[in-house]
Ligand binder design. Structure first.
Ligand SMILES: *Cc1c(COP(=O)(O)O)cnc(C)c1O
Length: 360
């Protein structure tokens, strides 16, 4: 059994539910009582096809998607989607609108430029990415509008989704997929690497609206063409079978918790508690504009580098793991993904309060 004494606030790969880890371990030695490992059966066998189908079906159900959307599980991480999206939907004679809100959207923009023109519809770059732009400006003939719903490193999150920009809406939801209710059916495309909030590294979920897919006129290499993946039901080539299985188990777990609306309540409580704690202690600073704070990645800093080190040491002694900030920004970051319990958040919050009393 997994050690449960650790409180894991890693940003990604990140915490997974203990039940999921347990079932995934079991499948490695004996999958479904077959006497074979999940890792040694063909992906086109009935037992694995059933896993892939259940994963796609659960995603659709949890996101409240109807027949007009398709769910794919693809290789390559969200970073591959930075390229695959424009490779399918952008061309040299077109432009795409992107919002520039942090490290991840900047990377997405750089990849799109390989295929066509990019128009920046809104940016918070001048504010060191500490907020989300409130007004967007884009051309009516843009191929699509791209947003990063949660900037994992900056710790910002879109709370008002620009559903009505007039052009197809595409979102990188790698770090907040399945964490909060949204009008998922209003998106033309959603993509998310699994390793933050829906499973293990190695697979990326891609949701595509069929009518938008029908507009593809580019002719990408076959493995990059979304239409081929759809036609082959996410089995164009060997899928990352284990990662798909872990995603399926995680979605089953989420359904058993009551789905997105139920987990959102817990996520709201976790984030509220942690931000209250940080705001109440002057020794900590939360750099993100209040209205745009991420409920998934809580970023904060301290003035004194020696104290930072001390806090990290105390966290370690208390089984609190993974709150060091991203190497590019420093400070601290506590990631509160679905599998992080309210109890774990209470433990972190209590330690932060206690530390501030002793060092404030
Ligand atoms: C982690 C992350 C990525 C990159 O994901 P990979 O699977 O490593 O390619 C992209 N976008 C966001 C928002 C992320 O958090």
């Amino acid at each position: 059994m997994k050690k449960t004494t650790l409180y894991n606030f890693n940003a990604g790969p990140a915490a997974l539910p203990a039940e999921v880890l347990e079932a995934a371990s079991q499948a490695i030695t004996d999958f479904n009582g077959m006497g074979l490992s999940l890792l040694e059966i063909g992906h086109r066998t009935e037992p694995f096809i059933a896993v892939m189908e259940e994963a796609r079906q659960l995603a659709k159900e949890l996101l409240h998607l109807g027949e007009e959307h398709e769910v794919l599980f693809l290789h390559g991480g969200a970073t591959t989607q930075f390229m695959q999206l424009p490779m399918n939907f952008l061309s040299a004679d077109k432009k795409a609108a992107y919002t520039e809100t942090g490290t991840w959207s900047v990377k997405a923009i750089a990849e799109a430029k390989h295929f066509g023109a990019v128009e920046i519809a809104g940016s918070s770059k001048a504010d060191a990415f500490n907020n989300i732009p409130k007004t967007l400006s884009l051309s009516t003939d843009a191929a699509y509008l791209h947003i990063t719903t949660n900037e994992t490193i900056a710790g910002t999150q879109w709370h008002e989704i620009p559903y009505h920009s007039g052009v197809p809406l595409v979102a990188d939801m790698s770090s907040d997929i399945f964490s909060r209710t949204m009008q998922f059916s209003a998106f033309d495309m959603i993509y998310a690497g699994a390793q933050k909030n829906m499973g293990a590294a190695g697979v990326t979920m891609v949701v595509l609206k069929k009518s938008w897919m029908a507009s593809i006129t580019n002719n990408p290499p076959s493995i990059m063409d979304y239409r081929n993946h759809l036609k082959e039901e996410s089995m164009l080539n060997t899928p990352p079978v284990f990662a798909v299985y872990v995603a399926m188990l995680t979605l089953r777990w989420l359904k058993a918790q009551g789905g997105i609306a139920a987990i959102e309540k817990i996520n709201d409580a976790k984030a509220a508690l942690l931000y209250q704690t940080i705001d109440a202690c002057p020794v900590y600073t939360a750099p993100v504009a209040k209205a745009d704070r991420s409920k998934m990645n809580v970023v904060f800093t301290m003035q004194d580098a020696a104290l930072e080190k001390k806090l990290l040491d105390e966290c370690k002694q208390n089984g609190i793991y993974g709150i060091k900030g991203h190497r590019s920004v420093g400070g601290f970051r506590a990631s509160l993904y679905n599998a992080v319990s309210l109890e774990a958040t209470q433990v972190l919050s209590a330690l932060l309060t206690d530390f501030a009393l002793r060092h404030g």
